[in-house]
Design a protein around this ligand. Structure first.
Ligand code: HEC
Ligand code: HEC
Ligand code: HEC
Ligand code: HEC
Ligand code: HEC
Length: 182
């Protein structure tokens, strides 16, 4: 037996090493799957709104989200704004008819939020658009999405990475806790 020991021990060590690698791979894989699952899920919306058709039709983001350049929120367009076009455009479409039903009942559409910061975070669109950052940097390529989904994990590290990268004389203000936690 003893003359067999030297070759066995390294083989065992290699096997154990492989097991560790496999477990790590499984763990990392699972973490990636969980991360993507949380980010990729597009919430079910009351109306099947499709950004890509509207962007292909040449409509600008700010036509529907115009508050973004002047306030904290970007805003979701009212039923009235949708109907400004859909009184005449695609009136035979089944989803457009669902939209028209909200209009006739004078009800707002209960859109489900896609990106949502906790209440203790202060975020405003205005300084970001003023700073020349475009929608895609933070929201991904929404203009090609059929269902709106989050593609960027908007956690504190993500905010701070960009704030630390700004002009040196602004970094202290932009990384101060009270900038984002009022
Ligand atoms: C015709 C109107 C219209 C246009 C144009 C439009 N959007 Fe939207 N947008 C909506 C509606 C309606 C919703 C809510 C339903 C949804 O989330 O899909 C929305 C939702 C969003 C959301 C998710 C909001 C949340 O809840 O977090 C983002 C981000 C967004 N739009 C970005 C954009 C960008 C970027 C563009 C330009 C490329 C754009 N939108 C153009 C109507 C529009
Ligand atoms: C610096 C990153 C950043 C940029 C640039 C940005 N957004 Fe946002 N957006 C966010 C964050 C963060 C939220 C979530 C805010 C919250 O929950 O308080 C959000 C939320 C939204 C929402 C849903 C809530 C609301 O404010 O109405 C819409 C719609 C939206 N963004 C559209 C846009 C559009 C359109 C543009 C470009 C004109 C844009 N965003 C640019 C980070 C950004
Ligand atoms: C500036 C004009 C305009 C506005 C505002 C507008 N739409 Fe549209 N919409 C269009 C055009 C153009 C099409 C494509 C029509 C076609 O392909 O026949 C379209 C298509 C649609 C369709 C058919 C399915 C699809 O995506 O092709 C739905 C549903 C729809 N829009 C919902 C909405 C909703 C909800 C709003 C408000 C949040 C809205 N639209 C605002 C112009 C507009
Ligand atoms: C891609 C870069 C980028 C990202 C990501 C980003 N910011 Fe900013 N932020 C900026 C820039 C640029 C300014 C304007 C800087 C200036 O006025 O000097 C700014 C300004 C601000 C301001 C105004 C601060 C002040 O005192 O004027 C707040 C609040 C803020 N950001 C919060 C956030 C939060 C919260 C997040 C994450 C959810 C975030 N930002 C993500 C680049 C970014
Ligand atoms: C540029 C914006 C920004 C700045 C500056 C900032 N935070 Fe945050 N913080 C956020 C955002 C966004 C979240 C929520 C997302 C998350 O939990 O990562 C958050 C979450 C937190 C949380 C909750 C974490 C959790 O796990 O729930 C704490 C605690 C916190 N911040 C403390 C601080 C302190 C202390 C400072 C100053 C040293 C600070 N933050 C500066 C953006 C910021």
């Amino acid at each position: 037996m003893s003359h067999n020991e030297p070759p066995v021990a390294p083989r065992r060590a290699i096997r154990r090493g492989l097991l560790v690698v496999v477990l790590l791979t499984v763990a990392t894989g699972a973490a990636i799957v969980i991360t993507n699952a949380r980010l990729a899920a597009a919430p079910e919306q009351p109306i099947d709104y499709n950004h890509s058709t509207h962007i292909e039709a040449g409509i600008q983001c700010l036509y529907c989200h115009g508050q973004a350049s002047r306030s904290a929120v970007a805003g979701i367009p009212s039923v009235e704004r949708c109907m400004g076009c859909h009184m005449v455009i695609a009136t035979e479409d089944e989803t457009v008819q669902q939209l028209a039903a909200y209009w006739e009942q004078g009800e707002p559409i209960p859109w489900v939020p896609v990106n949502n910061q906790p209440d203790f975070v202060y975020f405003s669109h205005r300084p970001h658009l003023g700073g020349g950052i475009n929608c895609e940097t933070c929201h991904g390529d929404v203009g090609t999405m059929e269902q709106t989904k989050p593609v960027v994990r908007m956690d504190m590290g993500w905010c701070l990475d960009c704030h630390t990268d700004q002009e040196p004389e602004h970094v202290t203000r932009l990384t101060d806790c009270i900038a984002c936690h009022k």
